[in-house]
Design a protein around this ligand. Sequence first.
Ligand SMILES: Cc1cc2nc3c(=O)[nH]c(=O)nc-3n(C[C@H](O)[C@H](O)[C@H](O)COP(=O)(O)O)c2cc1C
Length: 309
Amino acid sequence: MSRNRCVDDNKPGPAQIKHYADRARDGTGLIVSEGVFIDWTGCGWQYTPVMITDDHAAAWKKVTDAVHEAGGKMFLQAWHPGRCAHDEMPIAKEHKAQVLAPSAIKANAGEYRDLPGQPGHTANVHAIEDPKTVIETYRHACILAKKAGFDGVELLAQGGYLPQQFLNSRANKRTDRYGGTVENRCRFILETIDAIAKVFDGPDAICVKICPTDYLNDSVVDFGEMKETYTYLINEMVKLRGYDPVLDFGKLVKFPGSPSKLMANNDYTVGEADRLIKEGKLDMIAIARPFIYNPVSNPLSKDSQYKLT
Ligand SMILES: Cc1cc2nc3c(=O)[nH]c(=O)nc-3n(C[C@H](O)[C@H](O)[C@H](O)COP(=O)(O)O)c2cc1C
């Protein structure tokens, strides 16, 4: 979960090493990192970590080493906010980074606490010329993540960020192979999955975080588009890559004998998670907010005062 505390060239430091290692103890199955920007063009928030250079990888290596030492596993969450970055952010100015999106269409709403007047999303949005260059950027960040000792990568494809912008017919007005039909709008995510799965020698180490009913950052579409888009996307992920689907939006379905894993999130308690996993409905449940409590850091710990029931 984003903590915005990476002050040294957006690298994790001793505070992050401790933060993640503390949370890896006491039987936590898998830690997914806070969202990590994969490029200066996609730095929407100040002090958020990035994975762009070998220096960043070296800094993250200290985090994954500490997590592994504490008995945990860790995925990097690969994040590109697309049009939800802002060209007035100091970090964007410093790196002369443009705000990129499938099409030059501003997202409605938005709020940038670090900018005077807290403006909404910028109108200074550039349409990506060739999406393959951005897929290559994801691939490069994932190569660095592998070097940094991460056990896998989660592609952040919800929240109204870049991958979801490609899915959305209001944000994506492209007339090439990446826009228009549902097949074309899903192409960016599917090609990105292919590219990063190769880095990690197959799809087993790749998660994709999607939210069909998302409303964040101007991501709402009508029901017909949502159903058509995610039915196609999920079925393609299942067919080509062995992922399990979440069908019919909200009704979680896991197929008997399926080889891959379905993880769900939002407001689950440990009790509910245990029950759903025992009933075979889900493989994993992500628990987010209780894991950022301080000073007692891990709600699974027997000493935690924030016990989940
Ligand atoms: C402070 C804060 C930071 C978050 N940062 C991220 C993030 O970096 N990446 C992400 O996918 N979700 C992020 N989320 C959403 C959580 O991962 C999660 O989906 C949400 O809190 C619901 O799960 P929960 O009920 O278990 O807390 C964040 C949420 C909060 C409250």
